[in-house]
Write a protein that binds this ligand. Structure first.
Ligand SMILES: N[C@@H](CCC(=O)N[C@@H](CS)C(=O)NCC(=O)O)C(=O)O
Length: 254
Protein backbone atom coordinates (compact mmCIF):
# COMPACT_ATOMS: atom_id res chain seq x y z
CA UNK A 1 0.00 0.00 0.00
CA UNK A 2 1.33 3.40 -0.94
CA UNK A 3 1.28 6.08 1.79
CA UNK A 4 0.84 9.68 0.65
CA UNK A 5 0.16 12.98 2.39
CA UNK A 6 -3.46 13.90 3.19
CA UNK A 7 -3.22 16.64 0.56
CA UNK A 8 -2.17 14.22 -2.15
CA UNK A 9 -4.75 11.64 -1.11
CA UNK A 10 -7.53 14.23 -1.32
CA UNK A 11 -6.64 15.28 -4.84
CA UNK A 12 -6.07 11.71 -6.11
CA UNK A 13 -8.55 9.52 -7.93
CA UNK A 14 -9.25 5.82 -7.39
CA UNK A 15 -9.57 4.06 -4.06
CA UNK A 16 -8.11 5.79 -1.01
CA UNK A 17 -8.16 5.09 2.71
CA UNK A 18 -7.17 7.14 5.75
CA UNK A 19 -6.03 4.91 8.63
CA UNK A 20 -5.12 5.73 12.24
CA UNK A 21 -1.38 6.31 12.67
CA UNK A 22 0.73 4.11 14.93
CA UNK A 23 -1.92 1.75 16.26
CA UNK A 24 -3.80 -1.33 15.08
CA UNK A 25 -7.10 0.56 14.74
CA UNK A 26 -9.19 -2.42 13.70
CA UNK A 27 -11.84 -0.65 11.63
CA UNK A 28 -9.15 0.58 9.25
CA UNK A 29 -7.05 -2.58 9.33
CA UNK A 30 -10.06 -4.77 8.48
CA UNK A 31 -11.14 -2.52 5.61
CA UNK A 32 -7.60 -2.41 4.22
CA UNK A 33 -7.23 -6.20 4.45
CA UNK A 34 -10.53 -6.77 2.61
CA UNK A 35 -9.49 -4.34 -0.12
CA UNK A 36 -6.17 -6.14 -0.52
CA UNK A 37 -7.90 -9.55 -0.46
CA UNK A 38 -9.97 -8.38 -3.41
CA UNK A 39 -6.91 -7.17 -5.28
CA UNK A 40 -7.92 -3.51 -5.19
CA UNK A 41 -5.17 -0.93 -5.52
CA UNK A 42 -5.29 1.75 -2.88
CA UNK A 43 -3.50 4.78 -1.58
CA UNK A 44 -3.41 5.60 2.11
CA UNK A 45 -2.87 8.59 4.36
CA UNK A 46 -2.56 8.75 8.14
CA UNK A 47 -5.00 10.04 10.74
CA UNK A 48 -3.67 11.38 14.04
CA UNK A 49 -5.72 9.68 16.78
CA UNK A 50 -7.59 12.32 18.75
CA UNK A 51 -6.06 15.08 16.59
CA UNK A 52 -7.72 17.81 14.52
CA UNK A 53 -6.91 16.18 11.14
CA UNK A 54 -8.15 19.39 9.59
CA UNK A 55 -7.55 18.69 5.91
CA UNK A 56 -9.22 15.29 6.09
CA UNK A 57 -12.14 16.53 8.18
CA UNK A 58 -12.78 19.52 5.90
CA UNK A 59 -12.75 17.29 2.85
CA UNK A 60 -14.74 14.33 4.15
CA UNK A 61 -16.85 15.61 7.02
CA UNK A 62 -15.77 12.49 8.96
CA UNK A 63 -14.69 12.71 12.56
CA UNK A 64 -13.02 9.32 12.84
CA UNK A 65 -10.93 6.95 10.75
CA UNK A 66 -10.99 5.05 8.51
CA UNK A 67 -12.20 7.41 5.83
CA UNK A 68 -12.57 5.78 2.43
CA UNK A 69 -13.00 7.51 -0.92
CA UNK A 70 -13.65 6.23 -4.40
CA UNK A 71 -13.03 8.59 -7.31
CA UNK A 72 -15.23 11.66 -6.99
CA UNK A 73 -17.86 10.03 -4.76
CA UNK A 74 -18.48 11.48 -1.32
CA UNK A 75 -15.98 10.02 1.18
CA UNK A 76 -17.47 7.53 3.66
CA UNK A 77 -16.46 6.49 7.17
CA UNK A 78 -18.89 3.93 8.53
CA UNK A 79 -17.82 0.28 8.56
CA UNK A 80 -20.93 -0.98 6.74
CA UNK A 81 -20.80 1.70 4.01
CA UNK A 82 -17.14 0.83 3.50
CA UNK A 83 -17.92 -2.88 3.26
CA UNK A 84 -20.60 -2.34 0.60
CA UNK A 85 -18.26 -0.10 -1.40
CA UNK A 86 -15.58 -2.80 -1.34
CA UNK A 87 -18.16 -5.35 -2.54
CA UNK A 88 -19.27 -3.04 -5.35
CA UNK A 89 -15.73 -2.41 -6.57
CA UNK A 90 -14.75 -6.08 -6.75
CA UNK A 91 -17.89 -8.22 -7.04
CA UNK A 92 -15.97 -11.02 -8.75
CA UNK A 93 -14.47 -12.04 -5.39
CA UNK A 94 -17.47 -11.66 -3.08
CA UNK A 95 -17.27 -11.44 0.69
CA UNK A 96 -21.05 -11.26 1.03
CA UNK A 97 -23.05 -14.27 -0.13
CA UNK A 98 -26.40 -14.10 -1.93
CA UNK A 99 -28.11 -16.10 0.83
CA UNK A 100 -30.24 -13.66 2.81
CA UNK A 101 -29.97 -15.85 5.90
CA UNK A 102 -26.20 -15.76 5.81
CA UNK A 103 -26.18 -12.01 5.16
CA UNK A 104 -28.29 -11.45 8.25
CA UNK A 105 -25.82 -13.51 10.29
CA UNK A 106 -22.86 -11.64 8.80
CA UNK A 107 -24.28 -8.17 9.38
CA UNK A 108 -25.41 -9.03 12.92
CA UNK A 109 -22.06 -10.48 13.95
CA UNK A 110 -20.20 -7.65 12.21
CA UNK A 111 -22.24 -5.09 14.12
CA UNK A 112 -21.40 -6.80 17.40
CA UNK A 113 -17.71 -6.49 16.48
CA UNK A 114 -17.54 -3.09 14.69
CA UNK A 115 -20.71 -1.18 15.53
CA UNK A 116 -21.63 1.27 18.25
CA UNK A 117 -21.45 -0.48 21.60
CA UNK A 118 -19.80 -3.46 19.93
CA UNK A 119 -16.58 -5.29 20.75
CA UNK A 120 -14.21 -2.52 19.58
CA UNK A 121 -16.31 0.22 21.16
CA UNK A 122 -16.39 -1.48 24.58
CA UNK A 123 -12.78 -2.59 24.51
CA UNK A 124 -11.81 1.03 23.82
CA UNK A 125 -13.71 2.17 26.91
CA UNK A 126 -11.77 -0.36 29.03
CA UNK A 127 -8.45 0.60 27.40
CA UNK A 128 -8.96 4.29 28.10
CA UNK A 129 -10.44 3.85 31.59
CA UNK A 130 -7.23 3.88 33.69
CA UNK A 131 -5.88 7.08 32.10
CA UNK A 132 -9.23 8.89 31.85
CA UNK A 133 -10.18 8.02 35.43
CA UNK A 134 -6.79 9.21 36.71
CA UNK A 135 -7.46 12.74 35.47
CA UNK A 136 -4.00 12.67 33.83
CA UNK A 137 -4.94 11.43 30.36
CA UNK A 138 -3.28 13.10 27.37
CA UNK A 139 -5.46 15.58 25.46
CA UNK A 140 -6.04 13.35 22.39
CA UNK A 141 -7.36 10.57 24.63
CA UNK A 142 -9.68 12.99 26.43
CA UNK A 143 -11.05 14.06 23.03
CA UNK A 144 -11.59 10.44 21.98
CA UNK A 145 -13.22 9.64 25.33
CA UNK A 146 -15.76 12.40 24.69
CA UNK A 147 -16.33 11.25 21.13
CA UNK A 148 -16.75 7.57 21.95
CA UNK A 149 -19.04 7.73 24.94
CA UNK A 150 -16.62 7.35 27.85
CA UNK A 151 -18.07 7.58 31.33
CA UNK A 152 -16.96 5.63 34.40
CA UNK A 153 -20.35 3.85 34.37
CA UNK A 154 -20.07 2.83 30.68
CA UNK A 155 -16.43 1.78 31.12
CA UNK A 156 -17.43 -0.40 34.08
CA UNK A 157 -19.74 -2.32 31.72
CA UNK A 158 -17.12 -2.54 28.95
CA UNK A 159 -15.41 -5.76 30.02
CA UNK A 160 -18.68 -7.63 30.59
CA UNK A 161 -19.85 -6.72 27.11
CA UNK A 162 -16.51 -7.72 25.59
CA UNK A 163 -16.71 -11.07 27.40
CA UNK A 164 -20.27 -11.67 26.17
CA UNK A 165 -19.19 -11.05 22.56
CA UNK A 166 -16.09 -13.25 22.89
CA UNK A 167 -18.31 -16.04 24.23
CA UNK A 168 -20.70 -15.60 21.30
CA UNK A 169 -17.86 -15.76 18.78
CA UNK A 170 -16.33 -18.82 20.46
CA UNK A 171 -19.65 -20.67 20.49
CA UNK A 172 -20.26 -19.86 16.86
CA UNK A 173 -16.80 -20.85 15.68
CA UNK A 174 -16.95 -24.17 17.53
CA UNK A 175 -20.39 -24.92 16.08
CA UNK A 176 -19.17 -24.03 12.59
CA UNK A 177 -16.12 -26.27 12.97
CA UNK A 178 -18.28 -29.13 14.22
CA UNK A 179 -20.37 -28.66 11.06
CA UNK A 180 -17.26 -28.81 8.89
CA UNK A 181 -16.71 -25.09 8.20
CA UNK A 182 -13.51 -23.13 8.72
CA UNK A 183 -15.32 -19.78 8.89
CA UNK A 184 -17.74 -17.85 11.10
CA UNK A 185 -20.63 -17.98 8.62
CA UNK A 186 -21.49 -20.54 5.94
CA UNK A 187 -18.72 -22.35 4.11
CA UNK A 188 -16.74 -19.35 2.86
CA UNK A 189 -14.69 -16.49 4.21
CA UNK A 190 -16.82 -13.45 5.04
CA UNK A 191 -16.26 -9.98 6.52
CA UNK A 192 -16.76 -11.49 10.00
CA UNK A 193 -13.48 -13.41 9.64
CA UNK A 194 -11.66 -10.20 8.67
CA UNK A 195 -13.30 -8.16 11.44
CA UNK A 196 -12.52 -10.73 14.12
CA UNK A 197 -8.88 -10.99 12.95
CA UNK A 198 -8.45 -7.20 13.06
CA UNK A 199 -10.37 -6.56 16.29
CA UNK A 200 -8.64 -9.44 18.09
CA UNK A 201 -5.47 -7.33 17.93
CA UNK A 202 -6.82 -4.90 20.52
CA UNK A 203 -7.73 -7.79 22.81
CA UNK A 204 -4.69 -10.01 22.34
CA UNK A 205 -1.98 -7.78 20.87
CA UNK A 206 0.29 -9.76 18.51
CA UNK A 207 4.09 -9.32 18.76
CA UNK A 208 5.88 -6.45 17.06
CA UNK A 209 6.86 -8.53 14.01
CA UNK A 210 3.16 -8.82 13.20
CA UNK A 211 1.70 -5.69 14.73
CA UNK A 212 4.33 -2.97 15.12
CA UNK A 213 2.86 -0.81 17.89
CA UNK A 214 5.16 1.84 19.41
CA UNK A 215 6.61 0.69 22.77
CA UNK A 216 4.90 3.53 24.62
CA UNK A 217 1.48 2.34 23.45
CA UNK A 218 1.94 -1.40 24.00
CA UNK A 219 0.84 -1.42 27.66
CA UNK A 220 -2.48 0.25 26.82
CA UNK A 221 -3.25 -2.37 24.16
CA UNK A 222 -1.94 -5.33 26.16
CA UNK A 223 -3.58 -4.60 29.52
CA UNK A 224 -6.68 -6.76 29.91
CA UNK A 225 -8.65 -7.94 32.91
CA UNK A 226 -8.53 -11.54 34.09
CA UNK A 227 -12.16 -11.96 33.04
CA UNK A 228 -11.47 -10.92 29.45
CA UNK A 229 -8.31 -13.03 29.35
CA UNK A 230 -10.28 -16.08 30.47
CA UNK A 231 -12.83 -15.49 27.69
CA UNK A 232 -10.20 -15.61 24.92
CA UNK A 233 -10.73 -19.22 23.90
CA UNK A 234 -7.77 -20.72 21.99
CA UNK A 235 -10.12 -21.42 19.06
CA UNK A 236 -10.48 -17.64 18.56
CA UNK A 237 -6.74 -17.07 18.41
CA UNK A 238 -6.06 -20.04 16.14
CA UNK A 239 -8.68 -18.70 13.76
CA UNK A 240 -7.25 -15.17 13.94
CA UNK A 241 -3.74 -16.43 13.23
CA UNK A 242 -4.93 -18.45 10.24
CA UNK A 243 -6.89 -15.57 8.72
CA UNK A 244 -4.10 -13.06 9.30
CA UNK A 245 -1.44 -15.36 7.87
CA UNK A 246 -3.49 -16.01 4.75
CA UNK A 247 -5.03 -12.59 4.13
CA UNK A 248 -3.35 -9.73 6.01
CA UNK A 249 -0.19 -7.97 4.98
CA UNK A 250 2.35 -8.72 7.73
CA UNK A 251 3.78 -6.68 9.40
CA UNK A 252 0.57 -4.66 9.55
CA UNK A 253 0.94 -1.18 8.07
CA UNK A 254 -0.17 1.68 10.29
N1 LIG B 1 -16.46 5.52 11.87
C1 LIG B 1 -16.37 4.14 12.24
C2 LIG B 1 -15.82 4.01 13.65
C3 LIG B 1 -14.37 4.21 13.55
C4 LIG B 1 -13.66 4.49 14.84
O1 LIG B 1 -14.19 4.26 15.94
N2 LIG B 1 -12.41 4.98 14.67
C5 LIG B 1 -11.56 5.24 15.76
C6 LIG B 1 -10.65 4.07 15.91
S1 LIG B 1 -9.88 4.00 17.47
C7 LIG B 1 -10.73 6.50 15.48
O2 LIG B 1 -10.69 7.01 14.38
N3 LIG B 1 -10.03 6.97 16.50
C8 LIG B 1 -9.16 8.11 16.38
C9 LIG B 1 -9.88 9.42 16.54
O3 LIG B 1 -11.07 9.43 16.88
O4 LIG B 1 -9.22 10.45 16.35
C10 LIG B 1 -17.73 3.50 12.09
O5 LIG B 1 -18.69 4.04 12.60
O6 LIG B 1 -17.82 2.49 11.43
Amino acid sequence: MQFVSPEELIKSDGLRIVVVKGGPSPWGQAAKAMMEYKGLTLKAALWQGGGANEEIVNWSGANSAPVVAWNKEKPIDRWDDILFLIERLAPQKPLLPESREERVQIMGLSHEICGRQGLGWNRRLSMFAPALSSGKAPEPMIKMGEKYGFSPEEAAQGDNRVIATLNLLTKRLKAQQAAGSMYFVGQNISPVDFYWAAFSCIIDLPPNEICPVPDAMRPMFSRISDGVRAAIDPVLLTHRDRIMKAHFKIPMEM
